[in-house]
Design a protein around this ligand. Structure first.
Ligand SMILES: [Zn+2]
Length: 503
């Protein structure tokens, strides 16, 4: 059980024979429990007869759970959350994903230790529970900092530097480029025009990349350039998924966001920024997905119907295709039918695949950033802890020797000695496990390795990879077990895929 500090107390009538007095009594019992354990608490109580469908207090509480507000939920018993299993499943999934335990008067439930998610073993630089705690701490810290008007938006936007002392953004030498992007756009140029102009002039981003259309659009849409800081604009749904398996992203309600105007010196005026936004909205068309590079999925695509691995073909002068599944399904009389799964242009498959895979890469990036940020925040000295543990292990070894000597000197019976040694060895094992975890050198190595993988994945996603097809295939194969692929119907039929990650 991880440490509980802040909880939500939830109460509602779940049986028809319950009276208001009984509910009051239950509530005060739960509050007493919080006080006794020194937990900070917030009460959510449904009044009147509450059915599963309309429970505003529960929804309010769950919304706050998703901002990492609580460590646990305190209830009299699990069925207060939902009487129908479907509803409970969804609540459980939210609690699992945000590392929130459920404390009842008789038991503590920690769902997150029971379930796994798509995180592959590549990501397990820190244990999952530990990671959830890190995440909680960082998000809470960030929210508070955002409320103070500080820059907590993650990556520093081009044109600004982050000043560690004031925790605010400050203009840098790239600010004029941002100004120019807006000026060109307001003069009627499109982002494609601006891309061409910058290419001719040799204007580059701070990292030396070219200013492509996508980067320019990101600049134009970022309110940071009019001096505004917005925290918590979107959240990734932990329960709702797209058909491809990727989590849906939601815009948060305005009330959930923290918006600070005039947080730092603007690069463009509010009027200019808003005019640019209006132009953008009027021009809004679907951007063609141009970032797909040539990637070899050899050995990764499996038929969702019969599990056979699909192969590829290229007819003369034509594009690369995934072949249809040709598995023969024999009947007893020797006749057969062919598996109904169809082939598709590889290009089409790639579009669907990368849309889903980019979510995984985003998650990997977020994870890595969190772990890094936590390492920076962590002021404990691993060297000290290491020394303490090492000496503890030495002491245990000495104690074991003493018991062995005691047995030889007939101070202990054989049974007593064995029991004692068993206990000491268990202690030793514990200390060794802790020591392994403290091995920060290997942790750094792991992080470097993960960063390297992440960089290569991002290059694949942006179509800037210099890797050969074989290497791309190797990299994908190290992360993905297989991709379940389904396409049934006529030539217009869509594709369904599900990526099964390793780990
Ligand atoms: Zn098949």
């Amino acid at each position: 059980m991880s440490r509980i500090k802040k909880v939500a107390v939830y109460s509602r009538k779940s049986r028809p024979d319950e009276t208001d007095e009984m509910l009051q009594r239950q509530l005060s019992m739960l509050i007493e429990m919080c006080v006794k354990n020194d937990w900070t608490f917030e009460v959510f109580s449904e009044v009147g007869s509450s059915q599963d469908i309309n429970r505003p207090e529960l929804n309010k509480m769950l919304a706050k759970v998703q901002t990492y507000e609580y460590d646990a939920i305190v209830i009299t018993d699990q069925d207060r959350l939902s009487r129908n299993t479907g509803g409970f499943g969804q609540i459980k999934e939210i609690l699992t994903n945000y590392g929130v335990q459920v404390v009842t008067t008789s038991k503590v439930y920690d769902y997150s230790t029971q379930e796994d998610d798509m995180m592959s073993d590549m990501m397990s630089v820190v244990a999952k529970q530990e990671y959830l705690n890190i995440k909680k701490r960082l998000v809470r810290g960030k929210r508070q900092s955002a409320k103070d008007g500080n820059w907590v938006g993650g990556k520093t936007p081009v044109g600004y530097n982050y000043d560690h002392k004031s925790k605010k953004l400050q203009l840098n030498e790239y600010a004029p480029i941002i100004q120019r992007i807006f000026a060109l756009y307001l003069s009627g140029k499109t982002s494609t025009d601006i891309e061409r102009i910058f290419e001719l002039e040799g204007v580059l981003t701070p990292s030396g990349s070219s200013w492509n259309k996508a980067r320019i659009s990101v600049v134009l849409a970022n309110p940071v350039y009019k001096g505004t800081v917005i925290f918590g604009k979107t959240k990734v749904s932990k329960t709702s998924k797209k058909p491809s398996g990727a989590p849906r992203q939601f815009k948060t309600e305005a009330t959930e966001q923290i918006v600070i105007e005039n947080a730092h010196e603007p690069i463009v005026s509010i009027e200019d920024w808003e005019t640019a936004r209006d132009i953008r909205e009027s021009r809004l068309t679907k951007a063609p997905s141009s970032r797909i590079g040539k990637v070899n999925f050899t050995g990764l695509i499996r038929c969702a119907l019969c599990n056979r691995t699909h192969s590829f073909q290229r007819r003369k002068g034509k594009e690369l295709r995934i072949t249809s599944c040709q598995t023969r399904i024999y009947a007893d009389d020797g006749t057969y039918t062919v598996c109904a799964n169809k082939g598709v242009k590889l290009e089409l498959f790639e579009k669907v695949f990368y849309a889903s895979f980019s979510q995984y890469v985003d998650k990997l990036e977020q994870y890595l950033e969190d772990v890094k940020a936590n390492m920076k925040m962590d002021d404990s000295n691993p060297a000290d802890e290491k020394a303490i543990l090492t000496s503890a292990i030495k002491k245990i070894d000495q104690q074991i020797k003493k018991v062995q000597q005691g047995f030889l000197a007939e101070v202990y019976t054989e049974e007593e000695a064995q029991k004692e040694i068993k206990q000491l060895k268990a202690h030793r094992q514990q200390s060794e496990t802790q020591l392994e975890r403290l091995d920060t050198v290997s942790k750094d190595d792991q992080i470097d390795k993960l960063q390297n993988t992440l960089n290569r994945l991002k290059e694949i996603l942006t179509g800037t990879t210099k890797m050969e097809t074989k290497e791309v295939n190797h990299l994908l194969t190290s992360l993905i077990d297989h991709i379940e692929y389904k396409r049934i119907g006529d030539h217009k039929a869509g594709i369904e895929i599900k990526i099964h990650y390793k780990g």
